[in-house]
Design a protein around this ligand. Structure first.
Ligand code: ADP
Ligand code: MG
Length: 877
């Protein structure tokens, strides 16, 4: 049997507005399918469009479930098939987050999926194929490179805040730190080839409209969450030997020679943002430097996993990029130090632990507990997402359990506050991952429905834009002009000029007059002074000229600035025009959206009506099919009953026939016996000599009696006795001959015919008859209902004239057994019994007697209807 199920991820309305009037965006969920490892491996996931994947049950799964076949489609914001490059993934998913970061907004990007599905490949990349992390760094530095602040101008405090130091303080700190031994990353410009391979991105991606009137600085930190403990992977501080070393569960290790840092705690800052207290944050000035820091942490992580026997797939790694920015002052030559003008935005890149369930890794003991904890954090993430979705969809106010795990607690503000959240669901299409991939897809489906408040645009500092440009242009122009005029280009050349000037001025000779005739000193002095005066005049003129020149320059500069301002204003006007046009377009689109929403509403209502109708029809169909089934089963029952009745009746009639045959046989045997007897007697009569007629011998008398007896049934009660001589007196006390043929069966009924003082005989006996005056023959035969019928044929004994005895039959008493339940009892020994009944016979004999009533019909004495019910009488086995 094959069953195919098709479902589709429900699409959300694109124009959903948050209750607090701020716009919300759904969490952007993307799906990346990695290439299969072996070429002919069985797959269970196919990319069927740029937004949809189809998951179907693999062969093994189908066989295990009687061929049941499932096919489910899941939709995402975008699906990246195996051929999609790292650059494309970056452009679609991470680039907008970097743009936001530079504009002062927060972002969270995480990869989710089972181990081996390509999370790390997507986030970090492989040699030659840099992932999202190096690409984000590259774009950041490409964009802010010309506007980077000098090192230590920005200073992060330990409370998730930032401040600006003045240039002098920053310079002092620089000198102080540079005097220390150089940290591994600083100053070392020879990039590790492994790192170079990962960051060799070369697409020179940048944000064009960076606010150039600000200065920027990048800080990175790298943490790991393992077993619900947070570790700082950049912590370089030498381990304090007095402090214990820690194991996976945050408890001290004995005899450990590995120096892994203590676990960190989470704190909440004054803006209710979560941060890792005491976490190392390194200021970096280039992609290379930043990635080197990351790589250092990565190495540390690997060492920790090996030394502490951890399972690396079970840890979450979080790389945090913080971007500090502050505006320049009005002159565009110094950074403003006002706290409210400084902004700090953050982009968190999270490579989550493998989402597979614990049993897949076959972990045991401690490892299992750790795995459980890590799984717990993913579970908590799922629970939080579900609670958020429920609250947002149904307007409920369910508590979101962020605090249940460090992972969710750290990112609480992204969901509660504002920011952009994106998730890449990584899947390996191989058949073995089918079950896990389904779980991943379901989580992704729910996550897509969660909405996060869109961060507001940061207000401008209020100073005129273009300050940095003005300042730089002025400086450039000034030095250019000075260069043209051969004047000092910058302050550094001042001493040289002074030197030159000093050389041009001839030194004043000594003016001391040694005698009256000295006619050289004064003329020489006059000459030098005149010369100096002349030079001075020249310099004054030069100075005046220069002043004039500078004045002209300034005027020109002013004019150019004015023209530029005018130009800018024209441009602004143009932009405003464009903005107005766009606003109108937005209004039009909103109107269209409203109309479409209305249409969707109507369509939804119609769908609801049709669905209702469909449900009703289905119900009706179900009830009808149930009725039909009932009827069919009734018919079957009836058939079975009729069949039973037919069999029963057939059996009954078969038995009846058997019984009748048996009765007939008995009757015929009786008749045969009578005839035999007659023939014997006749033969005797014929063969015996006919002498002594009056005094017949006793044998003859016997024969006569026997003949009379044999003719007894049917008796003739009212016929006069043949040659009746006399009858014995009854008052003298009747004496009975009780004739019971040996073929008779003991019926064992309670009511037994009892004749006191009777002479018991088994065949006709002349001597006994001579002594008695009453005769009773017990005759048994099979009645039509199969019961034994006992007849007591009674008669009077007369002396015949010949000296013999004759019996005149006077009455028949019939004794009969009957079953009140209608159950027939066969007691005739001649009638055949089925074998199974025979085995029951003993029981039947006793038990039947318990329940069977005895009916005795006495021909004339008792009258019809006299009945006696037998009492149960148990026969011992
Ligand atoms: P995860 O971090 O989810 O456990 P990895 O990123 O380590 O998985 O990927 C496992 C292996 O698959 C790696 O060798 C990686 O190079 C390879 N891989 C994953 N995704 C891709 C992809 N899109 N293209 C090429 N190779 C990939
Ligand atoms: Mg990984």
């Amino acid at each position: 049997m094959k069953a195919a199920a098709r479902t589709k991820t429900p699409r959300k309305h694109a124009f959903k507005k948050a209750s607090n009037n701020s716009l919300k965006d759904p969490v952007g969920v993307y799906c990346r399918v990695r290439p299969v490892g072996v070429s002919n491996q069985e797959c269970c996931i196919e990319v069927i469009s740029s937004t949809t994947v189809q998951v179907h049950s693999p062969d093994g799964y189908r066989i295990a479930r009687n061929g049941e076949y499932k096919e489910v489609q899941y939709s995402f914001k975008e699906v990246f098939s195996t051929s999609i490059s790292q650059k494309h993934v970056f452009d679609v998913v991470a680039k907008p987050l970097v743009e936001d970061l530079i504009r002062g907004k927060n972002g969270l990007l995480f990869t989710y999926g089972v181990t081996g599905s390509g999370k790390t490949h997507t986030m970090t990349g492989s040699p030659g194929e840099g992932g999202l992390l190096p690409r984000c760094l590259d774009m950041i530095f490409n964009s802010i490179a010309p506007f980077q602040a000098k090192r230590y101008v920005f200073k992060l405090d330990d409370k998730n805040g930032v401040e600006v130091q003045c240039e002098v303080d920053a310079l002092l700190e620089r000198q102080k730190r540079e005097a220390l031994p150089v940290p591994k990353t600083l100053g070392k410009r020879q990039v590790d080839p492994e790192i170079a391979d990962m960051i060799n991105v070369q697409d020179n991606c940048r944000l064009e409209d960076v606010d150039e009137d600000s200065v920027y600085s990048v800080f990175v930190s790298y943490i790991e969450i393992y077993n619900n403990y947070i570790y700082d992977l950049l912590d370089e501080s030498p381990l304090d030997p007095t402090k214990p070393k820690w194991n996976n569960c945050g408890t001290p290790l004995r005899n450990a020679d590995f120096t892994f840092p203590q676990s960190k705690i989470l704190r909440e800052d004054q803006n209710h943002n979560m941060y890792v207290a005491g976490c190392t944050e390194v200021e970096v000035k280039s992609t290379e430097e930043a990635f080197e820091v990351f790589w250092r942490g990565q190495k540390k992580r690997r060492i920790a996993h090996t030394q502490l026997n951890r399972e690396s797939s079970r840890s979450h790694s979080v790389f945090l990029i913080k971007l500090a920015q502050a505006p320049l002052n009005a002159d565009g030559d110094n950074v403003l130090q006002e706290k409210e003008l400084i902004s700090l935005s953050q982009l968190s890149l999270v490579d989550l632990a493998g989402s597979e369930r614990t049993n897949r890794t076959k972990a045991e003991g401690n490892r299992l507990r750790e795995a459980g904890n890590i799984n717990q954090s993913l579970m908590t993430l799922r629970t939080c997402i579900e609670a958020l979705r429920e609250n947002q969809t149904y307007g409920t106010n369910k508590m979101v359990p962020y605090r249940d795990s460090k992972l969710t607690h750290l990112f609480k503000n992204y969901f509660d506050g504002e920011g952009k959240v994106r998730m890449i669901v990584c899947v390996n299409p191989k058949a073995e991952d089918y079950d896990e991939s389904l779980q991943v897809m379901r989580f992704a489906e729910i996550t897509q429905e969660v909405e996060v408040a869109r961060p507001a645009d940061k207000p401008l500092c209020g100073l005129t834009p273009g300050r940095r440009f003005k300042n730089e242009a002025f400086r450039e122009e000034l030095s250019r002009q000075l260069e043209i005029r051969g004047g000092p280009v910058d302050g550094d050349r001042g001493p040289l000029v002074r030197e030159l000037l000093l050389q041009n001025f001839p030194p004043v000779p000594s003016c001391e007059l040694l005698d009256i005739n000295d006619d050289q000193t004064l003329p020489r002095l006059i000459e030098v002074l005149e010369k100096r005066h002349h030079i001075r005049q020249n310099l004054s003129e030069e100075f005046a000229k220069n002043v004039l020149c500078v004045k002209n320059m300034l005027q020109e500069l002013d004019a150019s600035i004015v023209s530029k301002e005018n130009f800018a204003q024209v441009k602004i006007a143009e932009r405003e025009k464009i903005i107005t046009g766009q606003k109108t377009e937005i209004e039009r689109l909103e109107k269209k959206a409203r109309t479409l929403e209305y249409k969707i509403d109507i369509l939804e209502k119609t769908t609801a009506i049709y669905e209702e109708e469909k449900r009703n029809l289905q119900q009706e169909l179900e009830s009808k099919s149930q009725k039909l089934q009932r009827q069919v089963s009734d018919k079957r029952r009836l058939e079975a009953r009729l069949q039973g009745m037919v069999t029963e009746t057939t059996m009954k009639w078969e038995k009846e026939c058997e019984r009748r045959v048996a009765a007939k046989q008995l009757e015929m045997q009786n008749k045969l016996w009578v005839k035999d007897e007659k023939l014997k007697q006749l033969k005797a009569i014929v063969t015996e000599p006919k002498s002594n007629k009056p005094e017949r011998p006793s044998r003859e008398k016997d024969r006569e009696k026997a003949l009379q007896r044999s003719l007894s049934p049917p008796p003739v009660p009212n016929a006069p006795p043949v040659r009746l001589r006399h009858r014995r007196s009854r008052s003298a006390g009747e004496r009975w001959v009780d004739h019971k043929p040996p073929s008779n069966i003991q019926t064992e009924t309670v009511m037994q015919p009892q004749v006191p003082h009777a002479i018991m005989v088994t065949s006709a006996n002349e001597k006994a008859l001579a002594k008695c005056d009453k005769y009773m023959l017990t005759h048994q035969e099979l009645a039509s209902d199969g019961e034994i019928e006992t007849k007591l044929i009674k008669g009077d004994v007369f002396k015949t004239r010949g000296g013999g005895q004759a019996v005149q039959f006077t009455e028949i008493e019939t004794l009969k057994q009957e079953s009140p339940t209608g159950r027939k009892r066969r007691s005739s020994p001649s009638s055949p019994r089925p074998p199974e009944e025979a085995s029951e016979s003993e029981w039947t004999d006793v038990e039947t007697r318990c329940s069977v009533a005895v009916e005795m019909k006495a021909g004339s004495h008792l009258g019809p209807g006299y009945q006696h019910h037998a009492q149960p009488k148990r026969r011992k086995p």
